[in-house]
Design a protein around this ligand. Structure first.
Ligand code: MN
Length: 129
C-alpha cells in the first residue's frame, strides 16, 4: 500500500486509464471530475498526492491548484499538473499556481506511475511547495 492519490480528471477514459495504472503500481485512487469536488475531497481526505488535469470544465486546473494551496492542511501535499496541448509557459504557469510538477498528455502507460511516484517523492523530500 503506497497511499491514496486524488485524481482530478473530467474525461472518463483518461480517468479509467490513470486509475488502472496507479492501482497496478500499488496506489489507492479517489477521483473527482471537477474542481469544486476536487477541493472538497482533498480537504477531507488529505491524500498523499494530487494529479490535476489542467483542462477542466468550469474552474480550470490552475484555479483548482490555487484553491488547493489556500487550504493550510494541504500544504505538504504535492500536486502534479497533467496537461494536453502543452504550450510554452504552461509548466511555469502550473508551478506558479502551486503545482510541484508537470507531465504532458498523452500519458505513457509504461512510465506514468513511476513518473508520478518520482515527482511525489522528490516533492515530499524537499518539503515544498
Ligand atoms: Mn480534461
Amino acid at each position: 500500500m503506497m497511499g491514496t492519490i486524488l485524481l482530478v480528471e473530467d474525461n472518463e477514459q483518461n480517468r479509467y486509464l490513470a486509475t488502472f495504472l496507479l492501482e497496478r503500481h500499488g496506489y489507492s485512487v479517489i477521483s473527482a471530475a471537477d474542481g469544486c469536488s476536487a477541493v472538497e475531497l482533498a480537504a477531507k481526505l488529505i491524500p498523499m498526492g494530487i494529479l490535476l488535469d489542467i483542462q477542466l470544465p468550469g474552474m480550470d486546473g490552475y484555479a483548482v491548484a490555487r484553491a488547493l494551496r489556500d487550504e493550510p492542511q494541504l500544504d505538504a501535499v504535492p500536486i502534479v499538473a497533467v496537461t494536453s496541448y502543452a504550450m510554452p509557459g504552461d509548466r511555469e504557469r502550473a508551478l506558479a499556481a502551486g503545482c510541484n510538477g508537470y507531465i504532458e498528455k498523452p500519458i505513457e502507460p509504461e512510465n506514468f506511475a513511476s513518473q508520478i511516484q518520482s515527482i511525489l517523492s522528490s516533492s515530499a523530500a524537499s518539503g515544498s511547495p
